[in-house]
Design a binder for this molecule. Structure first.
Ligand SMILES: NC(=O)c1ccc[n+]([C@@H]2O[C@H](COP(=O)([O-])OP(=O)(O)OC[C@H]3O[C@@H](n4cnc5c(N)ncnc54)[C@H](O)[C@@H]3O)[C@@H](O)[C@H]2O)c1
Ligand SMILES: C[N+](C)(C)CC=O
Length: 493
């Protein structure tokens, strides 16, 4: 890959500083690509290009149905280039190729979903209660959108923003995570080849503090949509408040996976593994808090540990591998610290708690880990470790299960396992999380809203609301028989 990887105003350019960054695969350290390292000057150039493109109205005034057609063409192109994209994603993230392929299917589904929605809701007439008045609500694009995305699902999280932003007629600047820029570069190539007007889609690859920060603070950005960690999310919201721009935040989770004694035991154990260890737990909605009914806890944890010890770690192209590495040495140190602190605070390490063995020495692997005897308030129970770490809590009553599951500042997702339909309904309706699974874990649908309660975020992606984030509602009130109002007295002339 060349080092002119910034896409600004319809052209591929290097960073103004000439700086580059080498991307390595976290599974084995191999060099994957050298990309341009954007700084503030590049972000400002991209924002200016997006502003000009928006103000020219070329894309904003393109009929919504045509904008939708472009999204279908993106889906077609991604389908044709699926292998290339999945391979690039797997190399950048270290995730298994099969998982990157599944992500591609979801990404294609996302473009189709917003392609369908693009012209579905042009606005509505409002009854003003006066036949001389025409009152209507129309939906307009927000303007210039800054989009900042994380490294765990690089293109998927970008697609959840790009597709609705384009459907609504906006221009945007995308800043992907600095460690995983590859598929963001590829999707700009797709948009470029499909003839999207110059300046509508812009890309800056680089570090958050330099290339990302202007997207949150610049007055010419109308909306900043961020997916990433809570600490960064707070900074984005604070920076955005200066110019009172629209803010959408998709942050982390400390997601409860609640298992009642009447649940299908084998299915619940199997899915507790999926919940916590799929993609090494590098999923915002990972079921990192297992909350299991006391009467089955011992048997459940024994089986969970037995199964966890069987999980095979490996790189993206290792067909025997069941899970991959963490993203960096720094990230692995963070996970290591959480587990260490948990044990120091009294947790029992039932399995894991160590790095990958000699065969994985060039990658950032961390073994699937189960901690029991945890207490609420321990950092590993409260904070997002963002790794393959499950903590186990127990309960004896339905009320206690609900209280424990809601005892978090986060509110992204959670699951309930039970064979009692009434209980499933009662518990799911009391859980304060944006997605609740009943007798399942992890599925999400482009047709259904995704997002967090509490400190897991602001706003929603996907569904219908995912499009509305990128539109402004405008009320147009027309008096067809203008007349003197008579409100103020009329002085004699
Ligand atoms: N809710 C969701 O749907 C969802 C989805 C995926 C990931 N996540 C969350 O993302 C986190 C993991 O991702 P991460 O480690 O990349 O998060 P992060 O917050 O470290 O980084 C996310 C992005 O923000 C950028 N950034 C960092 N500092 C910035 C600043 N000061 N100004 C502007 N941009 C800045 C980074 O460069 C990156 O592009 C986890 O907390 C995970 O739960 C949430
Ligand atoms: C939103 N999701 C589940 C696809 C990825 C979260 O990290």
């Amino acid at each position: 890959m060349t080092t002119a990887t910034l896409f600004i105003d319809g052209a591929w350019v290097p960073a103004a500083s000439g700086e580059t960054r080498t991307i390595h695969c976290p599974a084995d350290g191999r060099e994957v690509a050298v990309v341009s390292e954007a700084g503030e000057a590049d972000a400002l150039a991209a924002i200016a290009a997006a502003r000009r493109a928006f103000d020219s109205r070329t894309w904003a005034d393109t009929p919504a149905a045509q904008r939708g057609e472009l999204l279908f063409k993106v889906a077609e192109s991604l389908t044709e280039r699926k292998d290339e994209f999945a391979r690039a994603e797997a190399l950048d993230t270290g995730k298994r190729l099969v998982e990157a392929e599944i992500d591609m299917d979801d990404i294609i589904g996302c473009f189709k979903h917003f392609g369908k929605l693009a012209d579905s809701n042009p606005g509505r007439l409002v009854d003003a209660g006066d036949p001389t008045v025409v009152s209507k609500v129309v939906y307009e694009p927000v303007g210039v959108c800054g989009m900042i995305t994380p490294w765990n699902f690089p293109l998927l999280q970008a697609a959840w923003k790009i597709a609705p932003a384009l459907a609504a007629g906006n221009s945007f600047v995308l800043k992907p995570a600095e460690l995983t820029p590859h598929t963001a570069i590829l999707i700009m190539d797709v948009l470029d080849k499909l003839g999207l007007p110059a300046g509508v889609a812009n890309l800056v690859t680089g570090a958050g503090a330099n290339a990302g920060a202007p997207l949150a603070s610049h007055p010419d950005v109308d909306l900043v949509s961020f997916t990433g960690g809570l600490v960064t999310g707070r900074k984005i919201a604070a920076a955005a408040s200066e110019t009172v721009k629209k803010v959408a935040l998709e942050l982390g989770g400390k997601n409860p996976n609640v298992v009642f004694a009447d649940a299908d035991f084998d299915a619940a154990v199997d899915n507790a593994l999926n919940a916590g260890f799929l993609d090494s737990g590098l999923v915002c909605s990972a079921g990192s808090r297992l909350i299991v009914e006391e009467s089955i806890a011992e048997r459940f944890v024994d089986e969970l540990v037995r199964r966890a010890e069987n999980i095979r770690m490996g790189g993206p192209f290792d067909e025997q591998a069941e899970t991959g590495p963490l993203i960096s040495a720094e990230h692995r140190d963070k996970v290591t610290d959480y587990v260490k602190r948990g044990v120091e605070e009294g947790a029992t390490l039932r399995t894991g708690g160590h790095w990958g063995g000699e065969e994985h020495k060039d990658g950032y692997f961390y073994a699937p880990t189960v901690l029991t005897d945890v207490r609420r308030g321990m950092s590993v129970v409260v904070e997002e470790a963002f790794g393959p770490v499950i903590t186990v809590e127990t309960f004896t009553t339905e009320e206690e299960a609900i209280t424990t599951a809601n005892d978090t500042n986060y509110g992204l997702a959670g699951a309930v396992w039970t064979s009692d339909a009434g209980r499933a309904h009662r518990v799911s309706s009391r859980l304060r999380h944006g997605t609740i699974w009943i007798n399942d874990y992890h599925p999400y649908l482009p047709q259904a809203e995704w997002g967090g309660f509490k400190q897991s975020g602001v706003g929603r992606e996907l569904g219908h609301a995912g499009l509305e984030e990128y539109r402004e509602a405008k009320h147009i009130y027309q008096n067809t028989e203008p007349a003197v109002s008579g409100w103020f007295s009329m002085p004699a002339k």
